[in-house]
Design a protein around this ligand. Structure first.
Ligand code: SAH
Length: 467
């Protein structure tokens, strides 16, 4: 993060704009809208500025900038077309630790102006850190369309009830739930359609009801599949619940960009899970989920891929059921589907492979064995999860049970993520490939003739690193 976004109170403060052209006029208007006392310094001013000066809204110093103009100012904007003046203003302001913005010159700025959506009191500011103002404006246009103008009215309405709600609902989580229901439900709809009085009545009724049940809220667990890493592969429902959670319990496979999309103020609990190196053992995870839900929290159990494919989701929900806790399960794109699509390897093919099997390489300590004759049969694709550490055994067993050593095989490391790597080999060479290329988990192993297809399908892959 290159800039800290903040909203600054400049009401009744003296602010300085240097320059009198149309750009200066726009900046001055923003300052004035935020309640500042605006002074313009410029030998000449355009009609827009003159109008404000004539009506007494801005003070105008009809001359060039002098350093003393900065005295007593809260903020300064340089908007002249004279580079030397802009640089000088920037240097002088910085000397005094005075926030300074030089229009269209991020290097000379101590703060930059965002692209804005104004639904006062709701303000949305978008910045690209000066990298591309056009992109910021495009995002603004998109958001403008999706944020009802009524949001301002709604915010003003709820503002008046904050203290009452605080008194009626002492628990922070209960208050959060209450406000979410208000802001997404009928009260919001009434306010958007301009029925302010009805909205007020509905809010008061909801508050009374919530107050009667205070202290008895039941928690809930959302068991959500986060997919293999690319946040674009989240489902809408996953995203919605990620935004709703009070606390998130996550493991190693959940990528950082996805964690960044979880509600900012949600508590985060890491429960690890590198193979055989659980930061918290499974029973411990089950207990955490139950305890948090019993505290009345909305618990997001976020898992890599799909929760029901080698995700121990079944164990977690049986524990929840035993404890009478409400839950929802949201499927995710499993590693096999994600890796296949992003490496151009279809998992089945009319001619070469009529079935696909997902197999775990990580077996229980008692050593129960896989059905090797079935897995080695021709005309099928076999996908190994958690197989990297035992790739040699897997390949040897398949070959020993009749699958040809020359059968195409692929390793997909960090599938769907920006640093995805795909290594192509054969059953007989795969273990050496792992050693030579120092392949790291998480990696998926795909065995079968379909692997050959990646040559043809390479062109459409989002992450084309094929070795
Ligand atoms: N529930 C998950 C699987 C968990 S088991 C799912 O449905 O995808 C963990 C194994 O999944 C890893 O050892 C690895 O083999 C595979 N895996 C998960 N994410 C992966 C990724 N982004 N790239 C490659 N393999 C991945």
């Amino acid at each position: 993060m290159d800039f800290l976004p903040i909203f600054m109170n400049i009401r009744d403060r003296d602010c300085l704009v240097i320059g009198g052209g149309s750009v200066a006029a726009r900046k001055a208007a923003l300052l004035a809208e935020a309640g500042a006392n605006v002074t313009i310094v410029a030998p000449e001013i355009c009609d827009e500025v003159r109008e404000q000066v004539d009506s007494g809204r801005y003070r105008w110093l009809e001359r060039g900038f002098t350093d003393a103009d900065l005295d007593g100012k809260a903020l300064v904007i340089a908007a002249t077309d004279d580079e030397a003046v802009n640089e000088h203003v920037s240097a002088e302001a910085r000397k005094r630790n005075l926030p300074v913005n030089v229009v269209d010159n991020p290097k000379l700025c101590s703060f930059i102006m965002p692209s804005m959506i104004d639904r006062s009191p709701v303000q949305i500011a978008i910045s690209t850190g000066g990298a591309s103002p056009v992109l910021a404006r495009m995002l603004r246009t998109q958001l403008e369309g999706s944020i009802p103008t009524g949001y301002g009215r709604l915010a003003a309405l709820v503002e008046g009830y904050r203290d009452k709600v605080k008194a009626a609902l002492p628990s922070v989580d209960e208050r959060k739930n209450f406000w979410e229901e208000i802001l997404e439900g009928p009260v919001a709809e009434l306010s958007f359609s301009g029925k302010e009085e009805e909205a007020k009545t509905a809010l008061e009724e909801a508050l009374e009801k919530a107050g009667e049940h205070a202290g008895t809220t039941r928690g809930e667990v959302f068991l959500v599949g986060a997919g293999p890493g690319d946040p674009d592969l989240l489902t809408f429902r996953a995203l919605r619940l990620m935004q709703k959670a009070d606390v998130v319990v996550y493991d190693r496979l959940v990528s950082k960009p996805i964690m960044d999309m979880v509600r900012r103020d949600a508590e985060r609990i890491y429960v690890g899970k590198a193979r055989a190196n659980h930061a918290v053992p499974q029973e411990g995870i089950n207990e955490i989920l139950v305890r948090l839900a019993k505290e009345g929290k909305r618990v997001l159990r976020l898992k890599g891929g799909d929760p029901f494919i080698f995700g121990r989701g079944g164990e977690e929900i049986s524990e929840l059921m035993e404890n009478g806790i409400d839950f929802q399960v949201v499927p995710g794109i499993t590693a096999a589907a994600g890796c296949a699509a992003y490496s151009g390897i279809p998992l089945t093919h009319r001619d070469y492979s009529q079935s696909v099997t997902f197999v775990t390489g990580h077996r229980k300590a008692d050593g129960d064995s896989l059905n090797w004759p079935a897995l080695a049969a021709p005309q099928q694709t076999v996908v190994f999860y958690m197989g990297l550490h035992c790739v040699e055994t897997l390949c040897n067993q398949l070959i020993a049970h009749g699958r040809g050593a020359e059968t195409p095989a692929a390793l997909v490391e960090k599938g769907t993520q920006p640093d995805q790597k795909v290594y192509i080999g054969e059953l007989g060479t795969l273990p050496d490939l792992v050693k030579q290329r120092d392949v790291k988990p998480p990696t998926l192993i795909i065995v079968g003739e379909v692997v050959e297809m990646h040559k043809k399908l390479k062109w459409f892959q989002p992450h084309p690193t094929i070795r």
